[in-house]
Design a protein around this ligand. Structure first.
Ligand SMILES: [Zn+2]
Length: 327
């Protein structure tokens, strides 16, 4: 009897050791394979109109850094932000992302149990909540002045705020429009948010015109200020949005393809937990991260703006929400 127990003890011990080694191995080998070699198609930025770009912070929280990337994360505390990016263009304002709905806590209660649990966890510790209309007002903008709302993707913390702005035209990638329309069968989209934008969505007409290291692009005003590229994986129609203030002052909003800029610099996917719970297709998301890592090398002047990485927003906007112009 004692012998049998000893043997079982050894087997369990070996299994635990194997699990530990696999875990450590995963931490050390998280780096993604590089993107296929692509020549850079540098845009012509010589005739940009004068524009201003504003950071509208809608809520924030602090998260354990290790949840930010796969591998051993260097960021100790992930300063998490839910923010809108407002581009003030001579032809009208463009808003990228709208934060949570003011009714998010009620909306969550109507979701399936696992999603309810995960979304409630994500909301814990959230502070400094500001309604979207108030954030617009703070920088002197109005809902009527918005020519377009562009969601980086259709998740609750990017589309939800649109329940407040039911008149603004919405510009989306064709894949995300299809996802939103299919809300009855897709858990990624909250019904309240789909219904808030239904009937006023326009699908972006991507052109086979290379832009940086992307094969296609969509230029919102046709003047090079706001240019969109497909960045699928987190959701089918996730996008990267380039905003060019001048040839040297440029940013690219990358939605939730990564949580931290560190992921782009080190070619690391999101943490396994976030991949499992938030990415529609983690492999495709990984390829999109590799493409961003390649872009970072090709165009070092570009400032990367992951939707939730407050450090990256602080760096571009000089520490706090507000507006900046071309230098
Ligand atoms: Zn998000």
């Amino acid at each position: 009897m004692a012998k049998v127990r000893l043997r079982w003890g050894r087997i369990v011990g070996l299994l635990v050791l194997a699990a530990l080694l696999t875990g450590v191995g995963k931490l050390l080998t998280a780096e993604l394979p590089p993107a296929p070699e692509t020549a850079r198609a540098a845009p012509d930025l010589s005739a940009l109109p004068p524009v201003e770009v504003c950071w509208l912070e809608l809520s924030r929280s602090d998260v354990w850094g290790q949840l930010g990337t796969a591998g051993l994360t260097r960021t100790k505390t992930w300063k998490n932000t839910a923010s809108g990016l407002l581009v003030r263009h001579p032809e009208g304002d463009v808003l990228i992302d709208a934060g949570y709905s003011p009714n998010v806590r009620e909306e969550i209660q109507r979701r399936p149990p696992l999603q309810r649990f995960f979304n409630s966890m994500a909301l814990r510790g959230t502070r400094d909540e500001t309604p979207l209309s108030a954030a617009l007002q703070r920088v002197g903008a109005t809902p009527e002045g918005l020519k377009w709302f562009i969601p980086s993707h259709a998740h609750l913390d990017h589309l939800g705020g649109m329940v407040e702005l039911r008149q603004v035209p919405v510009l989306v990638s064709p894949e995300e429009e299809a996802l939103i329309r299919d809300w009855r069968h897709r858990k990624e989209v909250y019904p309240e948010h789909a219904q808030a934008v239904e009937g006023r969505m326009t699908a972006m007409a991507f052109q086979p015109k290379p832009y940086e290291n992307f094969g296609e692009s969509f230029d919102v005003f046709g003047d090079g200020v706001v240019v969109v590229a497909r960045l699928p994986g987190h959701t089918p129609g996730s996008i990267a949005t380039f905003v060019n203030l001048s040839p040297t002052r440029r940013l690219v909003h990358v939605g939730d393809t990564v949580s931290l800029t560190e992921s782009i610099e080190r070619r690391l996917p999101k943490s396994t937990v976030l991949q499992l719970f938030t990415d529609t297709d983690p492999d495709t998301a990984g390829a999109s991260v590799a493409r961003l890592a390649q872009l970072h090398v090709l165009a070092p002047e570009l400032h990367f703006l992951p939707a939730h990485d407050r450090d990256a927003w602080e760096e571009f906007f000089g520490g706090a929400p507000g507006c900046v112009k071309a230098r």
